[in-house]
Write a protein that binds this ligand. Structure first.
Ligand code: NAD
Length: 355
């Protein structure tokens, strides 16, 4: 029996990364059936929208998708497909682990952070308008329900993955109502985990400085949408950059796995971009689908190839190619164990593990 998954290749460097990732996942031993769906600028002419209804239907039906990045026009044009997708499917939790990789040059060796970003509201609600010709206004929405839901996700993740602490990140000293409500919701949820998971909060600017200076003090961070987006790029920078930063968008009824990075159009079609971030997003997907042992095996293969430094791409200091990196990971998987053998899923885990 195969597991059907929606595969959205995306645009820019997306299709090359998606192909490299699909090959590695196919070599993992889990039998996947890929339902390939296109979205973005390329389908606008045919469907009149960058996110056709049949793409959403495919994800709703399969409950799981993996997607390459999709370009969003800046300042004008259609709304981000990525943001619309998360809102349409109510994928309220954006999980972005940042863990050091042996062999990569970075300032720290043992970073192990998990960013839990609220994915549905805040300034990403997309409520903006001009006030006359020379002023523009954007409305920041924070609700108690969404804040408590994301805080609960962060604590449940911490419990399920043996993490010790959750830090809520905010700017409640300035945005007393919106960020104040987010913080209050986090505090309320934290009470239910007292004695099991430690809780603290940090103002976002101080948090950024602390992460740059002493990332080892932190564990799971929970943030509203915008700070989550920014701080997860910062965390990616601590462990080797966007090329190695995976992500998952998780809701009650489905999950979409994608890298933190975008479509890097200047590298499109050159077989040059780093597929690690999307491959590690595939690892998160394997865990979510209930294949923790396969996920560990694939993650180890990816990490070992990077540690050897043989096939790494330009961003990691190597001169390898996208497809060559996939070949190396597949060879590593085959050398390490019985790939290609049918694997059965164990009970699916709620919170996709990041280690
Ligand atoms: P980007 O992440 O695409 O690229 C920034 C730089 O990071 C690149 O120029 C490149 O030097 C490097 N980089 C990123 N991914 C890499 C990889 N896999 N391998 C090697 N180097 C890599 O960010 P951007 O330039 O701000 O955005 C480009 C487009 O992507 C925009 O249209 C943006 O809206 C979109 N975007 C999409 C998503 C998504 O699909 N979820 C996320 C972020 C940005």
């Amino acid at each position: 029996m195969s597991r059907t998954v929606t595969l959205i290749p995306g645009d820019g460097i997306g299709p090359e990364l998606a192909e490299a990732t699909r090959r590695v996942l196919d070599a993992s031993g889990v039998a996947f059936a890929w339902e390939v769906q296109d979205a973005g600028e390329g389908v606008m002419a045919q469907y009149g929208t960058p996110l056709p209804e049949h793409v959403l239907e495919s994800i709703r039906r399969n409950k799981v998708a993996i997607k390459g990045p999709i370009t969003t026009p800046i300042g004008e044009g259609f709304r981000s497909v990525n943001v619309t997708l998360r809102q349409a499917l109510n994928l309220y939790a954006n999980l972005r682990p940042a863990r050091s990789i042996r062999g990569l040059e970075s300032r720290y060796e043992d970073v192990d952070l998990v960013i839990v970003r609220e994915n549905t509201e805040d300034l990403y609600a997309g409520i903006e308008h001009m006030v006359g010709r020379d002023a523009a206004e954007s409305i920041k929405i924070i609700t108690r329900a969404a804040s408590e839901r994301i805080a609960r996700f962060a604590f449940e993740y911490a419990v399920a993955n043996g993490r010790r602490k959750v830090t809520a990140v905010h700017k409640a000293n300035i945005m007393k109502l919106t960020d104040g409500l987010f913080l209050e919701a986090c505090r309320t949820v934290a009470e239910g985990y007292a004695g099991r998971v430690e809780f603290e909060d940090r103002i976002v600017d101080n948090m950024c400085m602390q992460l740059v200076q002493k990332p080892d003090l932190y564990d799971v961070l929970v943030l509203p949408n915008l700070y989550g987006d920014i701080v997860s790029d910062l965390a990616a920078g601590l462990v080797g950059g966007l090329g190695v930063a995976p992500g998952a968008n998780i809701g009650e009824d489905g999950a979409v796995f994608e890298a933190v990075h975008g479509s890097a159009p200047k590298y499109a079609g050159q077989n040059k971009a780093n597929p690690t971030a999307l491959m590690l997003s595939g690892v998160l997907m394997l865990r979510h689908l209930g294949y923790p042992a396969v996920a560990d095996r694939v993650e180890t293969a990816i990490r070992d190839v990077i540690a050897e430094g043989r096939a790494t791409t330009y961003d990691l200091g190597g001169d390898g190619t996208t497809s060559g990196f996939a070949d190396a990971v597949i060879a590593q998987l085959e050398a390490a164990g019985p790939a290609g053998r049918a694997v059965t899923a164990s009970t699916a885990t709620v919170a996709t593990a990041g280690r």
